[in-house]
Design a protein around this ligand. Structure first.
Ligand SMILES: Cc1cc2nc3c(=O)[nH]c(=O)nc-3n(C[C@H](O)[C@H](O)[C@H](O)COP(=O)(O)OP(=O)(O)OC[C@H]3O[C@@H](n4cnc5c(N)ncnc54)[C@H](O)[C@@H]3O)c2cc1C
Length: 292
């Protein structure tokens, strides 16, 4: 793969960095002290970012996107993470929800929900992990049992990004435990029609990034909202392929911010009559950070 940026990508990187440093960076510290962003705050930030292609850029033009390709998306995620990792996480998960909706939703779901999602007013989340099913997704326990025209969902999902502010969740369920991974499917749970409980979880870092435990207690969901009967596990793995690359972009953005802050401090802080950056040991630490 060619990792070099095109002229347009270089220009985008520069303009998004200028915007984020001027308009977003001054707000980060105060928000991080307060904790998870509310849904209204999230929507306001997302709408400020959308002109650059955040959230819906990868969608077809019909739904307000520009079919942004993966590397350009990576530039956006990396630059936002450099300034505010929490917001990058929220936007990435909201976009991932739209990605699955666009890939696997029915025509009716797409017509009704993609325009809402692409306006920043409808936030989604992906509920895969459970208290006893983390890396081993195939051991999940949340069930969806068909009863008439509805599935009845029971189970608990944890560490769900955007869970407390989400209007809807793609919930990975099993419809038939005897089939193992082949019995799994994504169920689109729209919160206004199929309410579920969300309990915010405290985190040490990225405190503005909402992260919740979701409880489904006889939650009734239309059978029309079941996608991918039997292919939910495969779709989850396909999503992980994309998300691992994007989490990589988030991590390198956060690492770049750490390097930038360290260099700035090494130039400003003076001891023994000179900036600490002139000491060889500090220079070695900075070089190690860049190399690693
Ligand atoms: C901030 C945050 C946001 C998240 N957002 C979401 C979300 O939106 N939706 C969602 O569904 N989930 C989400 N998660 C959950 C995340 O996907 C899980 O944390 C992840 O799947 C790992 O599961 P676990 O934490 O239970 O770790 P475990 O699976 O219990 O693993 C514990 C440790 O053992 C290691 N390990 C496990 N299996 C093996 C093996 N076979 N060989 C070697 N080492 C192994 C792991 O690498 C890890 O270091 C989020 C988590 C965090 C922290």
């Amino acid at each position: 793969m060619d990792f070099a940026f095109t002229e347009e990508q270089e220009m985008l990187k520069k303009s998004v960095r200028n915007f984020l440093e001027k308009e977003i960076a001054p707000l980060v510290s105060e928000h991080e002290k307060k904790g998870p962003l509310t849904k209204a705050e999230t929507g306001d930030f997302i709408r400020k970012l959308m002109p650059f292609g955040f959230l819906a850029g990868f969608l077809p033009e019909k739904y307000g996107g520009t079919q942004l390709e993966a590397k350009t998306n990576g530039i956006l995620v990396e630059e936002l993470s450099r300034v505010w990792g929490s917001l990058a996480g929220t936007v990435f998960i909201a976009a991932a929800f739209l990605w699955i909706l666009n890939e696997a939703g029915s025509a009716e779901h797409k017509e009704r929900l993609l325009p809402l999602g692409a306006s920043g007013d409808y936030i989604g989340c992906l509920a895969i992990t459970e208290p006893d099913a983390g890396s081993d997704v195939s051991s999940l326990k949340t069930t969806a049992t068909l009863t008439g025209d509805n599935y009845i969902v029971n189970g608990t999902k944890t560490w769900i990004s955007n869970g407390s502010i989400a209007d809807a969740a793609f919930v990975l369920v099993t419809t038939d435990k005897t089939l193992g991974p082949l019995g799994m499917a994504f169920l689109l749970v729209e919160r206004d029609k199929s309410p579920f409980a969300a309990r915010e979880l405290h985190k040490l870092g990225m405190r503005c990034f909402p992260t919740a435990e979701l409880s489904f207690d006889d939650c009734k969901v239309s059978k029309k909202n079941l996608l991918d009967l039997g292919a939910g596990y495969k779709r989850t793995m396909a999503f992980f392929d994309v998300s691992r690359a994007m989490v990589g972009a988030m991590c390198s953005g956060i690492a770049q911010a750490s390097i930038d802050a360290s260099i700035k401090y090494a130039q400003e802080r003076t001891q023994f009559g000179q900036p600490i950056g002139s000491f060889q040991m500090i220079q070695e630490m900075l070089v190690d950070m860049m190399m690693e």
